[in-house]
Design a protein around this ligand. Structure first.
Ligand SMILES: [Mg+2]
Length: 318
């Protein structure tokens, strides 16, 4: 009789092209590239907390890896390996097949090998650890921002939060906008190539998982600096753009989580280098403000006046 572990192995045991030894022994063996530092990050998604238990397993397989790849991108690292730990309430073959398809499609795009993990019976819980490499001494840290740096973001902001508002009934989007925003929420695109290329250009970076103000706030605190942002420069998701003065839309833009764009700082003389890197990576980037030596975060309107900042990022323990 096939055990549940055999079933799980069927969906997750794949040849690990870039490992000395992948799944199947007591541990994996990985050979790091000389001259690099290993960059390691773990993120856990819990049913009922981060997603609904009935969520599409194909999207979940993508998202649980994407949020981890996003953290490596924010360090300027190239992802290489991952481990996956699953607590499953039951062994559901259709669920496992769809989940593993979503996971391996994204892993394959970035050459990430699954080299280990664990499974147990329990409330649905998904945990991925990713390992990547950055040139020794060059990984992007939150503490690297300097006064005078430009503050930049990739892509656009607020789409994932807008999808949540739509699903909660706080507003109604037309069908096309609703679909676009739900793709942002369920299938975030980690900025892997951009992060890798920013490694030698930017001073500091973070990925936007909890909202622009909250995540940029972490950079400011770690770097002991402040920032001025120009509200009119913030790149809004197209579904938000026409109504950016609406308080709900403003909240999505400034405090919406789950966008997984990169926020980074770089000295003004590297502006052209950043634009070139972004074009090569196929991602838009926008300079939204600058780092100051005065502590705190100021948000300026189109006339240069301070705007009230009451939005806060989503706090998982709130
Ligand atoms: Mg992060």
């Amino acid at each position: 009789m096939t055990s549940e572990f055999d079933l799980i192995a069927r969906y997750f045991k794949r040849p690990a092209a870039n490992a000395v030894l992948g799944v199947g022994d007591d541990a994996a063996l990985l050979a790091a590239t000389p001259g690099t530092e290993l960059v390691v990050s773990t993120d856990m998604l819990v049913a009922g907390r981060h997603f609904l238990a009935e969520a599409d397993p194909y999207h979940l397989g993508h998202k649980v890896l994407a949020v981890n790849l996003s953290d490596l991108a924010a360090m300027g690292a190239v992802p290489r390996w991952a481990t996956l730990s699953l607590a499953l309430p039951e062994v559901d073959e259709a669920w496992l097949a769809a989940f593993s398809r979503g996971f391996f499609e994204l892993a394959g795009r970035f050459g990430v090998s699954l080299v280990g993990g664990d499974t147990t019976r329990g409330p649905l819980n998904l945990c991925v650890t990713v390992l990547g490499e950055a040139p020794a001494g060059r990984a992007l840290r939150r503490s690297g921002a300097r006064p005078g740096d430009g503050v930049w973001v990739s892509g656009d902001l607020g789409g994932a939060a807008l999808a949540v508002c739509h699903l909660n009934g706080e507003l109604v989007l037309d069908a096309a906008d609703a679909e676009h925003c739900q793709i942002r929420l369920h299938r975030p695109e980690p900025r892997v190539v951009l992060g890798d290329m920013l490694c030698c250009v930017a001073h500091a970076a973070i990925d936007i998982s909890d909202g622009l103000l909250a995540d940029l706030g972490h950079v400011l605190a770690a770097s002991d600096v402040g920032a001025e942002l120009e509200f009119d420069r913030l790149p809004a998701h197209p579904a938000l753009a026409p109504k950016r003065a609406d308080p709900l839309v403003r909240r999505c833009l400034l405090a919406g989580g789950d966008d997984y764009e990169l926020c980074f700082t770089a000295p003004p003389e590297r502006e052209q280098a950043i634009l070139t890197v972004a074009e090569t990576a196929g991602v838009t980037v926008t300079r939204i403000g600058r780092i100051t030596d005065q502590a705190g975060l100021r948000l300026l309107d189109g006339t240069g006046r301070d705007m009230d900042i009451r939005e806060r990022g989503f706090d998982h323990f709130a």
